[in-house]
Design a protein. Structure first.
Ligand code: ACO
Length: 402
């Protein structure tokens, strides 16, 4: 009989770190977070400045290539992304294979995974040109695919991209234009959408990005890796939290019921958590949440929404939680998902689309991180170890004798 513990004899020392709370899986030059101070930098630039002054494609360029583009570089990049916004016509039929009531994230997992079947001329990861084409294709086509998922979800015909529009405006157009009437994208809402995309563009080694890196470490093609990231993002502890946060505000229903839900969040026998609160890295206010709160007010004001019951509940919930001993002691602050749901709802999206929008924007971060990994000479296949706690060696028992 083999003594199982002796199996570890020759492996040297390794750490046991569930949830990777203190294990760095890679070196990266893309995004820096100081969770205690609430700082988020992309390639050294504060998120507040990028969200205030830049547009989403500029942030994409910065994440992918490490520097802000010159005017000529920006024009060239915009042109090349715009050139790829259409999806293969056969993809339309792929959508219609899903049940009408399918969750749009389920559709996204399938359709994005299928991109490697439609664009197999950009799946050779050893070729830098193919890697670049795959990156541009994904950034360009994700809004088209996300809008198609939305249109299929609500039973409307697909709307083709209108390439004279900016990235976010084009997305709003593909989502909300209908053949029977005139639709003009509101520039204030397009700017808000653009800012929401910038806020979600990258966030270093979060669960979905680590999933993309792990999938990519085996040499899998980039479309398959991004599909893996989308699947991971769907969970309510990650990108699904924006949908869950809005559902929670609905469940709370009125400001006077907030204390009841705060008590539930503190009760260790109740699985309920305040959705949109807390973060693995931020032990301070998530800087994205502040910008999102401001964007939320701007969108509601542009739409003439004076009283939004969900916003009232959210702001009062935040106020109470931030003065509550439990939340102070555990350093639980609103994260980006807390105000994004209210904003996206005001923009006209159903809750089921919230995580799709997150996936759309995070695609550039996933690609930048994937590209950095592929180009890193130290890159190895990701292969975590385990602490085996199962049965010791034993002999097979024929079924008649069990
Ligand atoms: N409500 C109530 N209590 C909470 C919350 C919350 N939202 N978040 C954490 N806690 C408590 C935990 O119960 C735990 O208490 P304990 O020490 O007494 O056991 C303590 O705070 C630490 O929580 P962990 O779950 O260990 O922290 P972790 O870093 O693993 O989790 C996470 C972070 C998943 C974000 C967590 O805060 C959470 O579930 N939040 C709600 C979901 C959410 O908003 N997710 C979005 C994250 S941001 C993003 O993906 C874009």
């Amino acid at each position: 009989v083999v003594n199982i513990t002796s199996l570890y004899k020759d492996t040297g020392m390794f750490t046991y770190d569930p949830g990777f709370t203190s294990t760095a899986s890679c070196e990266s030059k893309i995004t820096y977070i100081d969770g205690d101070e609430g700082i988020l930098l992309h390639r050294g630039y504060p998120i507040e400045q990028l969200a205030e002054h830049g547009d989403f494609l500029e942030t994409c360029y910065l994440l992918l290539y490490g520097e802000l583009p010159t005017k000529a570089q920006k024009e060239d990049f915009d042109y090349r992304v715009t050139h790829h916004t259409m999806v293969h016509e056969q993809m339309n039929r792929f959508f219609t294979g899903f049940r009408r009531d399918a969750h749009p994230m389920a559709v996204m997992c399938g359709v994005v995974g299928a991109m490697s079947a439609f664009y197999h001329d950009s799946t050779d990861i050893s070729d830098p040109h193919q890697r670049m084409v795959a990156s541009l294709r994904m950034i360009a086509k994700m809004p088209t695919i996300a809008a198609m998922a939305y249109k299929y979800h609500v039973g409307q015909p697909f709307v083709y991209p209108k390439n004279e529009l900016g990235y976010a405006a084009n997305f709003l157009h593909m989502c909300f234009a209908v053949p029977c009437e005139e639709y003009k994208v509101n520039p204030v809402l397009a700017r808000a959408m653009e800012r929401i995309f910038i806020l979600h563009a990258d966030h270093e080694q979060n669960a979905s990005t680590s999933t993309v890196r792990l999938a990519g470490s085996s040499g899998a093609n980039p479309f398959a890796c991004i599909a893996a990231g989308i699947a991971c993002l769907w969970g309510p502890a990650h990108g699904g939290a924006n949908e869950a946060a809005l559902n929670m505000l609905d469940e709370i229903g009125s400001v006077d019921r907030i204390p009841e839900f705060i008590d539930r969040a503190k009760d260790k026998n109740d699985p309920f958590r305040l959705m949109g609160f807390g973060h693995r890295v931020y032990k301070n206010y998530d800087p994205r949440a502040k910008i999102m709160q401001k964007t939320c007010h701007e969108v509601l004001s542009e739409l003439g929404i004076k009283d939004d019951p969900q916003l009232d509940i959210a702001m009062e919930l935040e106020r109470i939680a931030l003065t509550d001993e439990y939340f102070i002691e555990k350093k639980l602050y609103p994260n980006i998902d807390f105000y994004s749901g209210i904003t996206l709802k005001a923009l006209g999206f159903p809750t089921t689309m919230f995580t799709v929008l997150f996936a759309l924007a995070r695609t550039v971060g996933w690609i930048a991180q994937w590209k950095e990994m592929i180009e890193d000479p130290k890159q190895k296949i990701g292969r975590p170890r385990q602490l085996y706690t199962g049965a010791t060696q034993r002999d097979y028992v024929p079924i008649a004798k069990r």
